[in-house]
Design a protein around this ligand. Sequence first.
Ligand SMILES: [Zn+2]
Length: 316
Amino acid sequence: MAGRAPDASRGGEGGATASAVPVREGARYPAGMKVFIAVDMEGATGVAHREHLLPGGNDYEKARRWLTSDVNAAVEGAVAAGATEVYVNDGHGNMRNLLLDELHPAARLVVGPAQAKNKPLVQVTGIEAGGFEAAMLVGFHSRAGTPGGLLSHTWVGMLVHEIRLQGQVAGETLLDAAIVGHYGTPVVLVTGADDVCREAKADLGADLATVEVKQVLGPSACATLTPKRTFPMIKAAAEQAVRARHQRKPWTTRGPVTMDVEFHRREMAQRALDTGLGAAVGDRCVRYTGPDVPSASRDLWRGLEEALREDGSFLK
Ligand SMILES: [Zn+2]
C-alpha cells in the first residue's frame, strides 16, 4: 500500500457527539478523518433516461436535485461516522451537475470537466492528496455490455466497447476502486440501481455495502424509490460503512499494470494511438501499461480524450 499515512487523530469517531463534528473553520486540512465520494449520475435516485443526464434535457434540472440529495445523504452519513472532511467529486458528463448551494456544508466539491490537464484521475481526482480513510461511489451505473443494464457504459459510451484491467473486464466501479486503492483507500459503499450493486459486489466483494435506489426494467427504464425514501437509506448505509471502514481492504494489484481499451471502431483506436501513448493490440484495442493503476489510467484517459477530438470545421 503506497501513499497513505494514517491520520494522527480520529477524534469524534464513535463518540456521542460525532454527528455534530463540523469542518473546522479556516482549516485547509483539518486533523481528523477524510472521506472521498465519487459521484456519477446514471445511478442517482429517479434517473432513468438520457434526457435526465444532459444539460437542456427534459427533467435534467430535477435530476440534479435528486443527485444532490443522494450525495448529501452520503455526506451526512460520513459526518455522523466522524468524518471531518468530505471530498465530493462531481464525475458525470461535464462534471458540473451537483447543486453547490444545496450541498452539505461539510463537502468540498471537485468540479469541472475531466480534461486530462484538469482531472487526470477523472471521477476520483483529488484522491491523490492521500489520507482518505474511505471512499463511496454514489449514483454509479453498470459497465458497458451489461445485459439489460440501465444506462450502461464504461467511461465514454460513444467510444468504449470494453475496458480490461489486468485482463479483467472492468466497469467504472472497479476502475475507480483500483485507483483509490492505490492511494490506500477502500471503497466502502456503492449506490445505484440493482445491476451496478450486483456488479460492485462481484468485483469488490460480496460483503460490500450497497444501496439499491431503483430496480432496472430496461436500458432506459427503472422502478425507482423517491428521494424522500432513499435519503435515509443512503445516510444510514454511509454512516455504517464509514464506521466499518477498517474491515474493508483497498483494491490493489501487483505492477506493472495493464489496461486495455477495446474501442467500437478502428479509427477511434488510431486517434488514441496518435497521442504516442499506448500500443496497438489488434485492430480496435489499445493497451496502456504503467507501474501502477493511476499511471496507466491517466494515459488511457488521455487516449480517450484524443479519440473524441474532432477536426476543426475548416478541415472537414
Ligand atoms: Zn455518468
